[in-house]
Design a protein. Structure first.
Length: 214
């Protein structure tokens, strides 16, 4: 209960400082408070602190760019990009979709802000169709590899929560593709190395079971 009350009080003070910006620009307060939260989260692991820090950081970056360019839609893009990155790191589709929606909304507002010509919208439509078609080509993204990768992300998040660690302390991002491609226990053991050998059996069951099901 105290954690939620603390976050509420923090946000009241943070929003006031950002809106009134008595000594610094609002985006500078946002970035400073984000760094403070992320630093504290690294040490204390309080629920909601990471999400708050990511939101403030994304908004701060977007607001700084907005001040420099005059495009206030970049604030929305910054928040969306931060949420998308957090969702990707955690393997949470809900956060990824929300982040992507905010980026799209920010992009749309940005088009109105600059008074873009119709041909810009036509180019965007064409680029979107091209990417969609490429995603559907045989030999494009491997659905099986994607499913294994998602399983790994979900396992890593659960393990981090259970051990009170950051997700990258459980499995670094660079290790995930190699594990997702592993087709036998030996490959998994080699990828994990001696420092994570305690998880070989657990991950072998997770990944090789997914392979048998598919």
């Amino acid at each position: 209960m105290r954690g939620y009350l603390g976050l509420a009080l923090f946000w009241v003070g943070a929003v006031y400082l950002i809106l009134t910006h008595p000594f610094l620009p609002g985006w500078a307060f946002g970035l400073l408070l984000a760094v403070l939260l992320l630093g504290l989260e690294h040490r204390y692991r309080i629920p909601g602190m990471l999400e708050s820090g990511v939101l403030l950081f994304g908004w701060g970056v977007g607001a700084a760019l907005a001040d420099a360019t005059g495009l206030f839609s970049l604030k929305l893009v910054g928040v969306g990009a931060a949420l998308f990155a957090l969702g990707w790191a955690r393997g949470e589709d809900g956060l990824r979709y929300l982040g992507a929606a905010l980026v799209v909304a920010g992009g749309l507002v940005g088009l109105f802000e600059v008074g873009a010509a119709p041909w810009v919208a036509i180019l965007l439509v064409a680029a979107g169709i091209w990417l969609l078609l490429r995603g559907g080509e045989p030999g494009g993204e491997d659905p099986e590899l994607e499913r294994r990768f998602r399983r790994l992300l979900a396992w890593r998040r659960q393990k981090a929560e259970a051990l009170g660690l950051r997700v990258d302390e459980v499995l670094p991002d660079a290790l995930l593709p190699e594990l997702a491609r592993a087709r036998d226990r030996e490959a998994i053991e080699k990828a994990l190395g001696p420092e994570r050998e305690a998880w070989v059996e657990e991950l072998a069951a997770l990944l090789l079971e997914a392979q048998r099901v598919l």
